[in-house]
Every structure is written in structure tokens, then in C-alpha cells.
Design a protein around this ligand. Structure first.
Ligand code: PLP
Length: 407
């Protein structure tokens, strides 16, 4: 008789993951990046020179820098944040993490108990929503407009949570290139959100991993840059500006928070070679890389927006992306994007159904997220055409199949 592994596990173990079968042919999900833009040669030069110089430091956990991360890297992150996001960091206010997903987990573990309530944008990163659900933390969606999360709706939502006798515990926001709407919160709105947080004495968790990907013009200062009393805990990542497989992110916070997060980070440290490779790269080379990456992303964003116009016509409502790696699309009420997701997946087209990225079922049901950074322009054109055909077949929308529309 073979070992019954499941019965040896804890009560309610997670459902088993599927073994990986490769990427689908038309892959419009996941925060993948443009392959040709990865600065592999420059990173190789950086890592070789540091390993030649300091490679023997790999002998100790945390190198010669301690558990917060490689000191020259933290200094480089701090100066990048100060230069690009108007922040006032130094190496001591930075904790290097294994991707910003680890940052999310650490911050949620520090602040949230089961039953607590987090206020967040009503369209929100699926990875955040699932992390909150697994902690039995509730979330309440706040309205968004062109300037990002609405401060009046936030205030109202907090009051309603309190009126129900529940505990609002944190404001979580993706203010710069909001996932999935792509909105960039205005500077004025950032001040208003801080004012609401102060009024209710709540911390703000600013998740800023897309902030470098604004195609033209600069970014507004980080909310953390505008805060004056240490209530903003900030996380960033190199997944979107360099590549997700590198698995390096970071937290910026004042010491009363950072020191507790550090106590929770018991993984022996984030990979040192990645930190070393990035640390020499982060100055002017990084800025030039991001400028060039944004040009490529803009071309792909336009290709996807054009393909949607061509194949979905008036059935699709969306904003042409000015930043980021994804597009948030609304289809008519007759479409259920969770079903579209299932049928499209079985035919090699991967999409994110809106239900996974929303706090409200009816809002999410007719929406979907499409990522454009990794597929080629040709693949985007073909994949969107195929998606329109599938949607037409399943829901009669768009009203004509994309082949007919093209004639
Ligand atoms: C808003 C947001 N936060 C965090 C992450 C996690 O990214 P990573 O762990 O690769 O830094 C993502 C990934 O897509 C994201 O969209």
C-alpha cells in the first residue's frame, strides 16, 4: 500500500497545483515582460564584476550586510526612489524581499488579523485579493475615477465598515498604474487619501510595482513621499521594470514598521546574486533601460488596442493604455468573462476574467484583463482576433465574427 500523503497533511491542505504544461499559444495573462528588453548583457557584466570583487561574502547568510539585504543594493534602491518618486529613503529604511509578493505577505502578516477589513480599489490585483482571503481578512471595494481611488468613497466605506461593528484596518492602494485599470492617481488625490487615512488613523499600504512604466512624462510623487507621519508602508519590485523571474522586490517603511517586518522575514535572506547584479545597474543605466522599455510597451499597447478596435468594434469599452503592461476591457452585459476564460483557455487563449480582479461579482463578470508586454505584435493581433471569434460564438458578441468584420 502506498503512503497516503494527503491524510498526513494538515486539515484543509491547499488544492493540488497542476503540473506546468508550458505557456498557452496566446498568453495574455501574468505580469511577464518583453523578452528582447531584458538587459541580460549589462546584468552579466555587473554580476561578474561584483562576484570577482566580493564573491567570498557568499560564505555568510546576508553577506556582510545583515538581514535587510545587500547594503550597496539598498543604497541604490533608496537613491532610485528619491530620484524617481520624490521619496526620502536611505539604506536603513529599505528591506529587500523575494519579489513584491513576499512584501505583500509580510505586510499582511504584520497588520492583519482574521476578520479585519482592508479598503482597496474595487478593481484590484487578484494576488492581493487571494492573499487576503486565505488570511480570512475581509475587503471592501472603493470606487475609482480617472484620478484613482476616490477619497470620498473611501471615507464613506470606512464609516460603513465601522457602522457594521467591523474593524477597518488598512488602506491598500496601487496608485501608480493601477492594476487592472491602469489609472495613475493624481498628486491632489494622494493628499486626499492621506487626509482620510489620518482622519481614521489607518495605515496606507502603497503597492507601486508598475510605477516605472509610464510611457510619457513623469510619475507623481509616491504617497509615501507626501506623508509626514510614517503611516505609509511602500513596496516596489524589479519584476516589471526588469523581469519577473529575477524575484527581487523591496519594502520602504519607517523603522517601527520595518523592524517588525524584518522580524517576520525568516527565510535566510533574498538571493544575493540577484541583488548584486541589480545593485551596479540601478543608476543611469536603469533609467535609460526603463525609457527604452516604455517605448516597446507603448508599441505593444497600441497593437493590442488597435486589434480590439478592429475585432470587437463598439462592443468593447476600454481606455488606450498610457502606461503599464495590461488593458482592462468591458464587454456588454451578455458576456460572462469567467465562462469566456474557460472556453478561450481550452483553445489556447489565456485571459484574466474580471471576477478574479474585482471585489464585486456583477462589476467583474463583464470585464477582463489582457496583458500585452510578452507576446509579439503579430501574436497579439492573431490572439485578439481569435478571442473575438470565441466570444462571438459563445455570446453573439461582437455581433459579427472578427473574420466578417475585417472584410
Ligand atoms: C499590484 C501587484 N503587486 C504585486 C505583484 C507581485 O509582483 P512580484 O512579486 O513579481 O514583484 C504584482 C504582480 O503582478 C502586482 O500586479
Amino acid at each position: 500500500m502506498s503512503f497516503n500523503a494527503e491524510s498526513a497533511m494538515r486539515v484543509n491542505p491547499p488544492a493540488p497545483a497542476q503540473s506546468w504544461k508550458g505557456f498557452p499559444k496566446y498568453n495574455f495573462v501574468g505580469g511577464h515582460n518583453d523578452s528582447a528588453s531584458i538587459p541580460a548583457k549589462e546584468l552579466a557584466v555587473s554580476v561578474t564584476s561584483i562576484l570577482n570583487r566580493e564573491g567570498s561574502d557568499l560564505a555568510t547568510y546576508g553577506l556582510q550586510s545583515g538581514p535587510q539585504g545587500y547594503t550597496p543594493f539598498r543604497e541604490a534602491i533608496a537613491s532610485m526612489l528619491n530620484r524617481r518618486a520624490g521619496m526620502r529613503e536611505d539604506a536603513n529604511s529599505i528591506l529587500v524581499t523575494s519579489g513584491s509578493l513576499q512584501a505583500l505577505s509580510l505586510i499582511f502578516d504584520l497588520f492583519l488579523d482574521p476578520g479585519d477589513v482592508v479598503l482597496l480599489e474595487k478593481a484590484c490585483y487578484g494576488g492581493t485579493l487571494s492573499r487576503l482571503r486565505t488570511r480570512s481578512v475581509e475587503y471592501v471595494g472603493v470606487e475609482l475615477d480617472q484620478e484613482g481611488m476616490r477619497a470620498d468613497s473611501l471615507d464613506q466605506a470606512i464609516r460603513q465598515v465601522k457602522a457594521k461593528g467591523k474593524r477597518p484596518k488598512m488602506i491598500y492602494t496601487i496608485p501608480t498604474v493601477q492594476n487592472p485599470t491602469g489609472r495613475v492617481m493624481s498628486e491632489a488625490r494622494r493628499h486626499q487619501i492621506i487626509a482620510v487615512a489620518k482622519e481614521h488613523d489607518l495605515p496606507i499600504f502603497e503597492d507601486d510595482c508598475y510605477a516605472d512604466l509610464i510611457f510619457a512624462g513623469g510619475r507623481p510623487p509616491a504617497i509615501r513621499a507626501l506623508d509626514d507621519d510614517g503611516r505609509v508602508v511602500y513596496c516596489g519590485s524589479f519584476s516589471k521594470s526588469i523581469g519577473p523571474a529575477i524575484r527581487v522586490g523591496f519594502i520602504a517603511a519607517d523603522w517601527p514598521i520595518l523592524s517588525r517586518l524584518l522580524a517576520l522575514k525568516t527565510d535566510g535572506g533574498t538571493g544575493a546574486i540577484e541583488q548584486m547584479a541589480l545593485s551596479e545597474y540601478l543608476g543611469e543605466k536603469f533609467d535609460a533601460h526603463v525609457d527604452s522599455l516604455n517605448k516597446t510597451l507603448k508599441t505593444k499597447a497600441e497593437a493590442m488596442a488597435d486589434a480590439i478596435d478592429e475585432h470587437f468594434g463598439a462592443s468593447a469599452e476600454f481606455e488606450r493604455p498610457k502606461s503599464g503592461i495590461f488593458l482592462w476591457l468591458k464587454l456588454p452585459d451578455a458576456v460572462d468573462t469567467s465562462r469566456l476564460y474557460q472556453v478561450a483557455s481550452s483553445e489556447g487563449v489565456a485571459i484574466n476574467p474580471g471576477a478574479d480582479w474585482s471585489t464585486e461579482e456583477t462589476y467583474g463578470k463583464k470585464r477582463l484583463r489582457l496583458c500585452f508586454a510578452n507576446p509579439s505584435v503579430e501574436n497579439i493581433r492573431q490572439g485578439i482576433s481569435k478571442l473575438a471569434d470565441i466570444c462571438h460564438r459563445e455570446f453573439g458578441i461582437p455581433h459579427h465574427s472578427s473574420n466578417t468584420q475585417r472584410q
